[in-house]
Design a protein around this ligand. Sequence first.
Ligand code: NAP
Length: 284
Amino acid sequence: MGRVVPMHTVPRLSLANGVKMEQLGYGVYKVPPAETAGLVTLAIESGYRSIDTAALYANESGVGEAVRNAVAGDGLSREDLFITSKVWNDHHGYDQTLRAFDTSMSELGLEYIDLMLIHWPCPAKDLFVETYRALEAIYHEGRVRAIGVSNFEPEHLEKLLAETDVPPAVNQVELHPLNQQTRLQDFHAKHGIRTEAWSPLGRGSLLQEPVFLELAKEYGKSAAQVILRWHVQMGNIVIPKASSAGRIRENINVFDFILDDAAIERIAALERGKRYGSHPNEVN
Ligand SMILES: NC(=O)c1ccc[n+]([C@@H]2O[C@H](COP(=O)([O-])OP(=O)(O)OC[C@H]3O[C@@H](n4cnc5c(N)ncnc54)[C@H](OP(=O)(O)O)[C@@H]3O)[C@@H](O)[C@H]2O)c1
């Protein structure tokens, strides 16, 4: 492990239970398992402290390896890092979720996970309440510091809030300038749920959008940095994925400029409900 960049630029947000989470992290969807430890190490060296993985990504073990190496090396403790994983759709149900959590723990090789999410609500299965109750049990045992959900629509959250005890700390959803999720954001704000944006760069396809190329020129930043800065100013937690050292470093370097109101208005006008991924009601 090389030099560890001190963690002073990325704001840490309080989740509903008081646990702090970095506002910008590194997402590892589609990072090949064999490359994961190396890229996560690079991300940590570049200043990232929060890493987003999932059982589905089949790279939890690489994430855990990088975390253990960072902690064994210079200057970081386990508490400095924030690891998110997710229960996959095939493991909905109380007992299945307990087992899935154990599997994630053993893949990661860590003593606790910071945040565990239900990956998709899978409404046709109608098991997300039982799934969440298992996460609550794990939370009460202290093996996870916070629990939450992903891809939940307001109706799924309503049911969860009515039938369970620990409010979800986070809802991780597809969110970018072409799909700003304002209805969901309003719901989250009312219930103290943090909004976390997946595919924050629209899987990279937003980077050629003329508005971002123009703003990039105006601010002397890249289009990716303008989009990530927009997320930060919107209050989103954001987890861009990148697979080169240059892009990994570029994406965290968004805390030294501020988009003005005119820029924010131009980006607000891009809303068109566009999804690059599936609608939550279609996934089971
Ligand atoms: N909960 C869910 O259901 C869910 C679903 C999807 C994703 N996620 C999470 O969200 C994370 C991010 O989403 P995502 O991976 O779908 O999409 P994304 O972060 O919006 O975009 C990633 C793409 O943009 C490119 N890119 C990144 N930074 C760049 C830069 N500075 N300049 C040029 N290109 C750049 C990457 O290229 P290279 O890789 O070639 O560098 C990659 O192709 C995932 O890794 C995962 O952790 C969660």
